[in-house]
Design a protein around this ligand. Sequence first.
Ligand code: CA
Ligand code: CA
Length: 347
Amino acid sequence: MSARPANEGSPGSREPGADPGSQIGVRNEGAEWLGRPDDRACHRVDRNRGAALVIAMLLAALAAAVIATLASGQSQWLRTVELRRDQVQAQALVLAGLAWARQVLQDDTAAGPYDHLGETWAIPLPPTPLDNGFIEGRIVDAQGLVNLNNLAGDGAIARAERRRLAQLFAQADLPLAAIDALADWIDEDDAARDGSSERAGYVEARPSRLPPNALLLRPAEAALVRGIDGTRFAALSPFVTALPATTALNVNTAPRELLQATINGLDDAALAALLADRARKMFTTPAEFRSRLPAGANIDDLATIGVRSDYFLVTVSARQRETLAQGRALVKREGSSPPRVVWQTIE
Ligand SMILES: [Ca+2]
Ligand SMILES: [Ca+2]
C-alpha cells in the first residue's frame, strides 16, 4: 500500500499534469476566492465585451431613431409637395372655369339683346369628373338680385330696392330700421336718415367702425351696419349682391321672392302663373312684362326693371384628390368684348 501525497484530496489540490487553466480559481485556506492574474484579465475582457455590447445597442437605437426621423421628415415633405401640387392644379382648374364662364357670356351677346334663364349661361355645370377630381360651376345674373348699392340713391330704383329688401328683412327677422342705417352706410353724405346712423352714431361702436360712405364691395359688409345681425343677413345671400353701379332688376332672371316684392297685388297663384308664363317665353321689354302680368297685378315704375343684364356672378369649384379650390368672380359684360373681371377671389 503506497502512501498518498500529503496534499491529495485537499482543497486546491490538483492532479499532476492537469491543465492550470481549467480551474477558474483556487480557494485558499481562508476560503476566499482570489482571482489569479489570468482570471482578472478574463474579467476585464468580459467587462469590455459588455460595454461594447451596450454601446453597440445604443448606436443601433440611435441609428434607428435617426432613420425614423428622416423617414418621417421625408414623408411629411412628400405629403406637403403632393398637397401643394393638388392645390395648384385645383386652382388652375378654377381659373380655367372662370375663363370658360367669361367665354360663355361673351358668346351670349350674339344670341340677342335679352338675358333669361333659358340661355346657355344659365345652365349650371354639374360636378364633372376629371383626372383625380372634378369641376363644377355656375353663372348667376347679378342683376336678378337685390343690388344693395341701389339704396344709396333717392330715386325710383332706390325705392323699389328698399321695398324688396324690406320683404327679405322681414322674412329673415331683421329690423326694417336697419335698411336706413345700411343706406347711410353707403351714401356719400353724413346726414343720418334716422338721426344716428352716420359717423357720429358709430363713435362709441364696439368693435370700432365707421360708415365708409362708399359703395359696398361685398354684400357681407352689410353685417357691419348697426342693427344687422350677420348670421341672419347671411341667410339672404342668395338674393342680394353689391354692384358698382345703379342697376334695374332683370325680371327675366329674378327669383320668385323678388318678383313678389316688386309687383303689387300678386298672390301665390298669380305669381305661379307669371313664372310659368316667363318659362314659356322671356320678356322682351319692361312694357311687355307689365302687359303680361296676371289680372289685378301691377308695377309702380317700369324704369326700375329690365330684361337684360351686364353684371354676372361666376362661381367655380374644383377638386384634385383631397384639395378643393373655389373661385368667385363678378364680371361685367361690355358690348361684344370679353367680359371684364370686376373682382375675383380664388381660395
Ligand atoms: Ca342673353
Ligand atoms: Ca353716409
